[in-house]
Design a protein around this ligand. Structure first.
Ligand code: TPP
Length: 659
């Protein structure tokens, strides 16, 4: 291994050595604790330290880095106190996640480290968002993100690299190619010689670096980081290295040929560098032992502190309190009484525009939303008004863009993502339910993202452009879900969603866009999230619904003139206004819940179950759920009519009233 190609001072060389030694000695200690049964799981980065350390030291302290599960050297090089790392691994309060997530699954703004989620790929897009924020603010900062070679097979890798290249984002994509993804060797993972070649396909500069040579890692990455700061662009790096231990300690390395292990054990990044430093007189044996003693003493001292800390104690209230970032909404009334009749679509467009005027740190991203104005024309004219930085056409890559929105939030921006159709959210599902939804609970980082969801059937659009998939999200703690039925509510609730620092799924029913009109204040205003509206008051039955269902119910009640009904438009599904529901049920004793979604597992089922638990004594009949057929949404108009819940509404109401 050649370490001679550098002009570093002896002090710099010493520093590189000591910085690599620290994670190695911590790991050796952890392996002992593991054998003693004192820790439960360990992902080893032994043999890969030069990469974590070299990349981290190439960055400035205020530049973000996004490590993986083998990058202990990132944390130690950023000087995260060991006692906090140990407490984190023991699930204790002075760690980073209040005992809610394990190992390296956390981030810390204090140290500008943004840790992984288990799903590996999404953090590559998160790096894009962080870098985008820097780029828009013209801050000349680079963001470095790690991935294993195994995770490069995930779609998220491709999406993130493509976005970064199309938008010239200052990201260093670092692939640690360590030969195996769990037990799968590289030959079964991809079919090319070097992953660095992937860069060509994305129009991206790329380099291969010897990941076991700290001099090569540090000097090359430092030079690249400096060049990226001046000339923002993504660069793909493939670090060649090897995983010297099992995927995690319990799984062993039986499947790795001995010849490979033997060859790579001769390339140990620390041993070889030590030999070089001894040979060149930069360090002597005594100094090396002294450094080892210092680090070992620090490890033991910090372990004692972590061990002495009491196990975490929590309550239901504390756990629930951290699901969302705390937010005291400031409900804003319109400044004047000026109102105009607007269609649903116009109210959303105006609300969005006014929010973007109010929040200069807001960005909207989506397919065809810039010059073209979006397929529903909601962002028409936004490009001229807010400029290219804030109104961003995206490639077709929902997962990558949701992750980018997360990164923007980490680095100080609000984002609004327009799904072209709510159906396509399935391609961005993973980062929504696993990253955005869980991040505040895990390490108190909010996800300031609103995802706009043009949804719903009744427009002859077939199985992939008609779904109302709110139940995919109401199920997931950490998301707020809003589903307005009228222009006034849509405008005020969209403003509230954008004010809210939490992730919000905002459903917009396409069939209402151009069919529903209402007098709406032209000024900016917001409405409280989580309050239903009672549209009609009656004594015989409570009809609980939302979205297009509200309009079906109104039509039905206009026909059934003798029926005296409470009509509740939920407006928000998460949080849900239980008080209004229970008050109504206690008054009427009969309940019909109407949803456009298919029946099984829809929100109507949960509302029904909760009413049964809380208001059983008030009920005079079983709760009726009216929903669409449990089939995909069909295209032909007769089939679609038959599919939709509306078809069975009147008949169900009559049945309920006759009960
Ligand atoms: C989406 C997803 N699929 C599978 C896994 C299980 N898993 C965790 S790490 C891993 C191997 C990753 O290999 P690589 O990206 O090369 O990183 P390495 O562990 O080698 O550092 C697998 C299969 C996961 N965490 N997430």
């Amino acid at each position: 291994m050649d370490f001679s190609n550098h002009n570093l001072t002896p002090d710099e060389l010493k520093k590189l050595y000591v910085k690599m030694l620290k994670p190695r000695l911590i790991e050796e200690k952890m392996l002992i604790l593991l054998r003693q049964g004192k820790i439960s799981k360990w992902f080893s980065g032994i043999g890969q330290e030069a990469i974590s350390v070299g990349v981290t030291l190439s960055l400035k302290q205020d530049e973000y880095i996004l490590p993986m599960h083998r990058n202990l050297g990132v944390f130690t090089s950023k000087e995260v106190p060991l006692k906090r790392l140990f407490a984190q691994w023991q699930g204790k309060a002075s760690g980073f996640t209040k005992g809610r997530d394990r190992s390296f699954h956390f981030g810390t703004q204090e140290y500008k480290i943004i840790g992984m989620i288990s799903h590996l790929g999404p953090q590559l897009g998160v790096a894009d968002g962080i870098a985008l924020a820097h780029k828009i603010r013209k801050e000349q900062k680079v963001t470095a993100v790690f991935t294993g070679e195994g995770a490069t097979s995930e779609g998220d890798f491709h999406e993130a690299l493509n976005i970064a290249s199309v938008w010239s984002l200052p990201v260093l994509f670092c692939i640690e190619n360590n030969g195996y993804g769990l037990s799968t060797p590289v030959a079964e993972q991809y079919n090319c010689k070097d992953l660095a070649d992937r860069g060509i396909g994305y129009g991206m500069e790329s380099h291969i670096i010897d990941g076991n040579n700290i001099i090569e890692v540090y000097t090359q990455v430092s030079a690249l980081a400096e060049s990226i700061r001046k000339n923002p662009r993504p660069v793909l790096l493939e670090f060649k290295t090897f995983r010297m231990r099992g995927h995690e300690e319990a799984s062993g390395t039986k499947y790795v040929p001995k010849s490979l292990m033997d060859a790579w054990s001769k390339k140990d990044p620390i041993e070889n560098f030590k030999t070089y430093l001894l040979k060149t007189g930069v360090l002597n044996q005594q100094e090396i032992e002294h450094q080892e003693d210092l680090i070992k003493a620090e490890i033991n001292q910090h372990l004692e502190i972590a061990n002495a800390e009491a196990p975490i104690h929590s309550t239901i209230d504390t756990e629930l309190a951290d699901v969302y970032a705390s937010h005291e909404p400031n409900i804003i009334a319109p400044k004047t009484n000026i109102k105009e009749e607007m269609r649903f679509v116009d109210a959303i467009s105006l609300g969005l525009k006014q929010s973007m005027q109010k929040f200069e740190n807001s960005i909207i991203m989506g397919q065809d939303i810039a010059d073209y104005g979006g397929v529903f024309k909601i962002t028409e004219g936004f490009l001229q008004l807010f400029g290219k930085d804030r109104v961003r056409n995206t490639p077709i890559c929902e997962s990558g863009i949701v992750s980018t929105a997360m990164g923007l939030s980490i680095n100080g921006y609000k984002s609004i993502v327009e799904m072209q159709f709510a159906d396509f959210v399935s391609s961005g599902f993973n980062p929504i339910v696993n990253y955005l939804a869980k991040v505040n609970y895990r390490w108190q980082q909010n996800a300031d993202v609103v995802i706009r969801m043009p949804c719903g059937a009744g427009v002859g659009a077939g199985p992939f452009h008609s779904q109302t998939n709110e139940a995919w999200f109401t199920k997931t703690p950490g998301l707020k879900v809003i589903y307005p039925a009228f222009p006034y509510d849509a405008k005020g609730l969209l403003a509230a969603a954008i004010e809210d620092p939490n992730p919000v799924m905002f459903f917009e029913h396409k069939a209402l866009y151009r069919s529903i009109r209402q007098e709406v204040p032209t000024d900016y205003y917001s409405l409280p999230i989580g309050e239903a509206s009672v549209l009609r008051n009656g004594d015989d039955v409570s009809i609980i619904t939302f979205g297009a269902g509200v309009h079906w119910a109104i039509e039905c009640l206009d026909i059934m003139k003798n029926l005296s009904a409470d009509l509740i438009d939920l407006r928000c599904l998460q949080p849900i206004d239980w008080e209004t529901i229970f008050d109504s049920v206690k008054k009427t004793g009969k309940v019909l819940i109407l949803q456009e979604d298919t029946m099984f597992g829809g929100i109507a089922s949960d509302i029904s179950a909760t009413i049964t638990e809380k208001c059983f004594e008030s009920l005079d009949a079983p709760i009726f759920r009216v929903a669409s057929l449990d089939t995909p949404v069909p295209f032909a108009s007769d089939l679609e009519r038959n599919f939709l819940a509306k078809k069975r509404l009147e008949e169900s109401l009559e049945k309920l009233m006759a009960y």
